[in-house]
Ligand binder design. Structure first.
Ligand SMILES: [Zn+2]
Length: 239
């Protein structure tokens, strides 16, 4: 599989790569990539793949990325890339950075929420203008949500570091609450990537995050929904 550069450096905006193959003219496989493939509630990155330089330069917009059959497939907006091409990848950084900030914010909110109510997070969808999370809770109390948001906002803007590292699965599973999203962890992974936010949250996670809560701004609730007996849904966005 392509070396997933975003896992160890979420701030890498550009990289060189070698095209390993192209399927149906527009699904490119690279030897390494900065493009995050849609998964775990975090959407795919966009950007461009550039071949050549100067007058020979040709750009292929990246419109979608997802893992298929163990490979990261980059869907490009026009045909022409070929195996063996040497290319340069450039992220739409503004989009990615917003998604990173939302992803980190959602971990904080989920953690506070889980601590206060014991509710399990059952789903999470990050977008560029809002983030949704679903959870199981019998008593849906606006007051509780509001005080969770308040606590989250008191942490955002602070110099609290986010660390990413790997642990063998057996060691990781000893950490309480390491898997917050019920049923989200593929059983075949031996080394788990851990995302740790200060002393506030620690979990197994494959997404891209910011380096410090300093980079995350205050959030507000847009909408709350009841999706059945105990299924609840909350949407939030940056103020
Ligand atoms: Zn996550």
């Amino acid at each position: 599989m392509a070396l997933a550069l975003y896992l160890d450096d979420s701030y890498a905006r550009e990289c060189d790569a070698n095209v390993k193959g192209v399927k149906d003219g527009k699904y490119a496989i690279l030897d390494q990539t900065i493009f995050y493939p849609s998964s775990g509630g975090q959407p795919h990155d966009t950007g461009k793949i550039i071949r050549g330089s100067g007058g020979e330069k040709e750009e292929f917009p990246v419109i979608f990325a997802k893992k298929f059959g163990g490979e990261i497939s980059h869907e490009v907006g026009k045909e022409g890339l070929a195996a063996g091409d040497l290319v340069h990848c450039v992220l739409d950084w503004e989009r990615r950075y917003t998604l990173m900030r939302y992803h980190t914010a959602s971990h904080i909110l989920a953690s506070i929420f889980n601590k206060r109510t014991g509710a399990l997070i059952t789903g999470n969808q990050i977008e560029v203008d809002k983030t949704r999370f679903d959870f199981n809770l019998e008593n849906f109390d606006r007051e509780i949500i509001n005080s969770c948001i308040e606590e989250a906002n008191s942490l955002f803007g602070q110099e609290i570091p986010i660390k990413t590292y790997y642990l063998p699965r057996s060691d990781a599973m000893k950490i309480p609450g390491i898997v917050k999203l019920a049923g989200a962890l593929p059983p075949e992974i031996e080394n788990l990537r851990i995302v740790e936010i200060g002393e506030i949250d620690i979990q197994a996670d494959g997404g891209t995050h910011v380096r410090s809560l300093k980079e995350v701004g205050p959030i507000e609730i847009i909408k709350m929904e009841n999706k059945g007996k105990s299924n609840r849904r909350v949407y939030f966005k940056f103020k």
